[in-house]
Design a protein around this ligand. Structure first.
Ligand code: SF4
Length: 332
């Protein structure tokens, strides 16, 4: 990635030219590069947002700046457009190839995270050249690119084909596909390390942890239901359904809103178990950091005996909703 060229390109945008003050939101891995930004954007009043963020679902609403530039993620189409935001996703230009001999499939659905989305048409062509039938699918209204997987949305991996190839780093996205589509075989290819990982083993390990949490929830009495205040994670209506289900089951539920969902913020609440309606990453990746079990809405239904436990349901987000008025959301 030629980061200085990306910054020069942004300076040509009308939104940038018209702004006096600019807030910059960077993924953790890019925070060390602020000197490139301060050097290039030296004609603006700059402020860097220190809070961590993991997706375009997280657009700070209360800052007093003219423009927000968010690096690292593509927009989420169904959140609407934001006239004072530039989404500058960082696509990987790294030169790599998939090894056909490591892919044990005759046909597959091709997916990736946003970093490699622009490379998928090229990879598709190459795989097809070696005789593999490849589908590159458009996702639902939460997804920007064909083949793009979000940690909360695996719609581009759905289809009749039995196999999925995921291109990208980390386990979070391919694990979501493996959990959400248990009838498919999922292979994750990491272009940086050259590793190919069959996600079946990872899935079984993770399911063991999830069923243990569901079991604890089935015996719990007090439930804290977490609702995110982030614009693209708010599922208040889902939280209300969870509240009603818990009341009907004779449990004691209460609602909590949070921006950053962390153990520190939850410690003093008197809950035995938390039901997380914010980002599913919290339940998957951060589970071990909480001092009490955190479960998804679907896991709650299993714990209450309302859903069959034998078929695990992955927590996905398509649409979100908002607490109260939409007027404080600065959308076009
Ligand atoms: S809700 Fe979570 S997984 Fe979905 S876009 Fe936001 S950070 Fe990513």
């Amino acid at each position: 990635m030629d980061f200085p060229a990306v910054l020069r390109k942004i300076k040509d945008y009308t939104k940038y030219k018209n702004a006096r003050s600019v807030a910059v939101q960077l993924p953790e891995g890019m925070k060390r590069r602020i000197s490139d930004i301060t050097g290039e954007f030296n004609d603006k009043e700059l402020i860097f947002i220190g809070d961590p963020f993991w997706g375009a679902c997280d657009i700070p609403q209360n800052g007093n700046w003219d423009l927000l530039i968010q690096f690292g993620h593509s927009p989420i189409p169904n959140l609407g457009s934001f006239k004072n935001v530039i989404f500058e996703e960082i696509q990987e230009e790294m030169d790599f190839d998939v090894s056909f001999e490591k892919i044990p499939f005759n046909s597959l659905i091709l997916t990736s995270n946003v970093t490699y989305s622009s490379q998928l048409p090229r990879i598709k062509e190459k795989l097809e050249g070696s005789g593999i039938k490849v589908e590159l699918k458009k996702g639902d209204s939460r997804v920007f690119y064909p083949g793009q997987i979000l940690g909360c949305n695996i719609s581009t991996a759905r289809g009749l084909e039995e196999n999925v190839l995921f291109v990208g780093e980390g386990m979070f996205h391919p694990l979501g596909i493996a959990l959400g589509l248990p009838d498919k075989r999922v292979l994750a290819f990491n272009p940086r390390t050259g590793e190919y990982i069959d996600m079946d083993k990872e899935k079984r390990k993770f399911l063991g942890q999830r069923y243990a949490a569901i079991d604890m929830a089935s015996r719990a009495k007090k439930f804290g239901i977490i609702v995110s205040t982030k614009i693209g994670q708010t599922r208040y209506s889902l939280a209300r359904v969870a509240f009603d289900l818990l009341q009907k089951a004779g449990k004691t539920p209460f609602m909590i809103t949070l921006d950053l969902v962390r153990d520190e913020e939850l410690l003093n609440f008197p809950a035995d178990v938390y039901v997380n309606t914010a980002c599913p990453r919290v339940t998957i990746e951060d589970y071990g950091t909480f001092s009490r079990p955190v479960i998804t809405f679907y896991e709650l239904q299993m714990a209450l005996g309302l859903k069959d436990k034998s078929r695990y349901i992955f927590d996905e987000i398509v649409m979100t909703d908002e607490i109260g008025s939409t007027s404080f959301r600065k959308r076009d």
